[in-house]
Design a protein around this ligand. Sequence first.
Ligand SMILES: NC(=O)c1ccc[n+]([C@@H]2O[C@H](COP(=O)([O-])OP(=O)(O)OC[C@H]3O[C@@H](n4cnc5c(N)ncnc54)[C@H](OP(=O)(O)O)[C@@H]3O)[C@@H](O)[C@H]2O)c1
Length: 275
Amino acid sequence: MNEKDVGIAIRKAINDGLVTREQLFITTKLWNTYHNPAFAEIQLKASLKNLQLEYIDLFVIHWPISFDQITETGQKANVEDDLSEIQLYPRKEGKIMKQNISLEATWRVMESFVERGFAKNIGVSNYTIALMNDLLSYCKIKPFCNQIESHLYFQNTVLIDFCNEHEVRVVAYSPFGGKYDYGRNAGRSLFQDEVLTKIALKHNCSVTDIMMTFHRSRVWMVIPKSSQYKNLKNNIEFKCIQMDQQDLKQLMELNKADGRFNDAGRVFWETPVFD
Ligand SMILES: NC(=O)c1ccc[n+]([C@@H]2O[C@H](COP(=O)([O-])OP(=O)(O)OC[C@H]3O[C@@H](n4cnc5c(N)ncnc54)[C@H](OP(=O)(O)O)[C@@H]3O)[C@@H](O)[C@H]2O)c1
């Protein structure tokens, strides 16, 4: 959605001599509407154009769900159509329009992007252990990462352990619990959690320092989001806190069996992904 603006910023930073392209690691995702191999290529090329790049460092399958390609006027799209004319959430009689494309077919085209130099690395997101097992059985190029929900209320430890064991990097999304206004945990916030607040007070630091420290020992990358410069800066320069066994035990006990915030498949697309 914001690729054009990001592209302008990247180009300016490179032209002004602030960074070189090689110093940047830029990633984008393949949306559900473009799993069909012909459309996957169109989306990647459009993303590269928006970002003003020759190649992407990491291209990720966003969700293991494929949607149909339908234009804004309700017609079946074809590869000549302008990408902006294709609906991101195509629906018929209120139901999302899915398409039977195997994840293997989509992975094959992802692999071809690496072979043809459009992407340095390819990965997945929201893949379960079953899907990871399947992918590892047929991939020629191993997934660089699995980007998954992980925060104190939904620690996702079994999947993290599985990925670590199979040397697939874990990227933790919504690491502070995000800001979800849908699903069974809508409105629940880690920022108001009493246990977390007490541990932060004990160490004279912020709750985000505690959360970042917790994640960094478990996963390869943590990707908090902020709309505020000061928070962005704090998240990059977070204080790594020396926690004791009791702190860690209390943090681990915050995990909840139904703690997942982002269940978009179940809530919006009538396709539960995680069950
Ligand atoms: N792969 C996927 O399917 C998927 C799904 C969801 C999210 N993601 C990605 O994961 C990233 C983060 O996820 P998210 O936005 O859902 O959740 P998040 O990073 O856990 O939480 C964002 C919230 O935390 C607040 N925040 C951030 N830093 C803070 C700080 N230092 N102090 C106080 N508040 C702070 C933000 O408010 P302010 O803006 O006011 O700072 C915002 O309300 C995003 O880049 C997103 O694209 C991926």
